[in-house]
Design a protein around this ligand. Structure first.
Ligand code: ATP
Length: 238
């Protein structure tokens, strides 16, 4: 459904992506892993139309080459950026309404009811300012806001960042539930390789702007070479 071919992107003189190709199938969970600076965030920015790039990105057969962020979102690609992107001064309710504003495929109250089924606590906290929520709650709000668009795919940039392990575990479990129930595909950028590989079906490992390893997530998680060279994990057989 989402196909990236020979993607290149630069920040001024610095070439961040040299040649990245991968795809995300309908309804799949795909992890994009790699060390700091490997180009994970830049890849998501290129897909969501927030940085210039060359190469091709197609979504359901449509080329995204000349698409800006709003056009990409309207096609059904939601982006939950690093640091979540919720608006601290706005309430939970207002943040959700901003998410629903772009794509009014169903009445707002129906969107709200559908999304808050995953996050029942939001109903009682809807007047709370987003900035006063815990880190885990803010991450859930960012995911909920993306879901208000009823997207076909969500790009998630390090959803476990800064969260306690148990809270991160809940977020990964929730993402799997949302994927299963809503059929929405997830492209999951993560530093937490173990959790990401346990959540995803397929994974791509980036190294300095190139795809260095790819495969079925469970198999990559057991591959000692991949663990040692690219994921900073101890070999299983050590
Ligand atoms: P991390 O896991 O640390 O977030 P990443 O894999 O997401 O890393 P990117 O943020 O995509 O990596 O960065 C890829 C390269 O591009 C790095 O060398 C980084 O320094 C550079 N880069 C990223 N953003 C900018 C920017 N705004 N200006 C200049 N260089 C940048």
């Amino acid at each position: 459904m989402l196909e990236i071919k020979n993607l290149r992107a630069s920040y001024g003189e610095i070439e961040a992506l040299h040649d990245v190709s991968f795809h995300v199938e309908d309804g799949a969970i795909v992890a994009l892993l790699g060390a700091n600076g490997a180009g994970k965030t830049t890849t998501l920015r290129a897909i969501s139309g927030t940085i210039k790039h060359s190469g091709t990105i197609t979504f359901d057969g449509v080329s995204l080459t000349d698409y800006g962020p709003e056009d990409v979102a309207r096609l059904g690609i939601a982006h939950v950026p690093e640091g979540r992107g919720t608006l601290a001064e706005l309430t939970v309710w207002e943040n959700l309404m901003l998410g629903g504003y772009l794509l009014r495929s169903e009445p707002l109250h129906e969107q709200y009811a559908r999304v808050t089924e995953y996050f029942p606590w939001m109903e009682t906290r809807k007047k709370q300012h987003a900035g006063t929520l815990s880190g885990g709650e803010q991450q859930m709000l960012a995911i909920a806001r993306a879901l208000m668009m009823k997207p076909k795919v969500i790009l998630l940039d390090e959803p476990s960042m800064g969260l306690a392990p148990l809270v991160a575990r809940d977020i990964f479990a929730l993402l799997q539930t949302i994927n299963r129930k809503d059929g929405v595909a997830l492209l999951l950028v993560e530093q937490n390789a173990v959790s990401a590989l346990a959540t995803a079906s397929h994974a791509y490992v980036l190294e300095t702007g190139r795809v260095a390893a790819t495969g079925i997530a469970q198999e990559l998680a057991r591959d000692d070479r991949v663990r040692r060279l690219y994921l900073g994990l101890d070999p299983i057989t050590a």
